[in-house]
Design a protein. Sequence first.
Length: 505
Amino acid sequence: MFTYRTLLASSVCLTAIACGKMAEPGQEQDSPSTKIPVTSILLDKTEFELVLGKSETLSATISPEDATDKTVLWNSSDPFVATVANGKVTGVNEGEADITARAGEIEATCKVKVVPPALVEALSSDAAILNGTGGKTTVTLSAPANWEITSDAGWLSASPSSGKAGTRKITLSTESNSSPDNRTGLLTFSSGSRKQVLKIIQRPDIFTKKTAAEGTITNAIKVDYNGTVFMRIYTILPVPQTNAYQEISSLETGAGKIESCANGNQYMITDLNSSSIPASGQYAASESFHIKAYEVTAALDRITDIPEYDQTSEVCKKYLGKEYGDLVNPEHSEIVSVAGQLWSETSGQLIDYARHCYEWTARNIRYGNMNTGLHTIAELMKTKKGDCGNFCSVFISLLRAKGIPARHIVMISPRESAYHVRAEFYIPAYGWIPADPTFENGNPAGDYFGNFTGAYVIMSTGVNSSCKDANNALFKAGLLQSFFFWYWYTYAGDNLNFSHVFSSF
């Protein structure tokens, strides 16, 4: 028994030494660690609306940064309306709820209002109905009950204007705004007890146009040969479409079949077998159409308030950034440098910046290398030399470098039997503005910024149109302007030639 007590005392002594220095009489033992409490919690939102069925995540900032325990506990005052997990709030039913974040003894609250889905989506800033020229825009209506649409303006309409519950497409339309000022109209969508109002602010029509030429055009591919025995001839011709610069009607394609490119351009395929090969000197493919061509002038001084670009819009998706093959490259180092300089000179004013890009291109690129196709931006910035399509590539790259959508306008001049390329850039709620840096280079006294002069047929817009080759595989046509062809034969004669035939107005 005596031995046991001695061992027990020894054990207690060893335990005290292991815990640290023993306190002197009347002195407290030091704490092995000091806890740092949370003093504040801040949410990135104090209130917001949440569409039923959608989710949004709240972010909590804890102070001090070195708080011992920064664990955040989330809670909803009404899970029937909104639930929360790790800050992610989900709308369950219409109503209001308080979302609370707690860290230690500190809380922060955000009020959430769960609302029903909109009857129609908000309009993009590039919606055609906002342009002063007028236009049509399609929206999707999701109605829980019978619905109707009313307008408070005669120039603003919807079709259809009423219907039964369900989801369907609605076409909104505006007429041209000939007044010098913006005008506002309201479209009211009603379905059961729900109502939504779309406010349409239409800018003035800044464009004037006059007829430059009118007539029927034949666009064809002629084949000449001597003795060749063909098995198959496959050709592609671009098909012009109605746009701001021309009206196309009475299109005849003969044996051709019209296809559409992903970028909106169209082309005609003619596929001939051995029994339908034309005689030498005849057309392997042809199309005809009536055209009314316009000269267009933009009153740029009437552009006042410019909405922000909608980065999710089709215009921005198609006409910003690099193009396949480096045909347009806003990221090229010299393009970035020049764009930065011009942007600074113009204080970021869009129209002024675009004009400076136009003038810089006309002054710094020399005309040459005609009919050699589009070259890479890297080559163009090195040689500073190119023809009309390449002038436009540089101009477009400078515009895109500062987030301005821009594209090529690919044309034919029937009167001059010549090819030409211009450019245009997009201003939200106003439309596409034409510019021709090549003509400015050749005639600095002229003004081709905002002016579309001459009598042309626009065959396509943009570059790298995807077309189907003879094996039904897609290829990228740098410029969809003249024609493409493939052929197979059993006997090769001589003097074989495919040529482009384009009649005048």
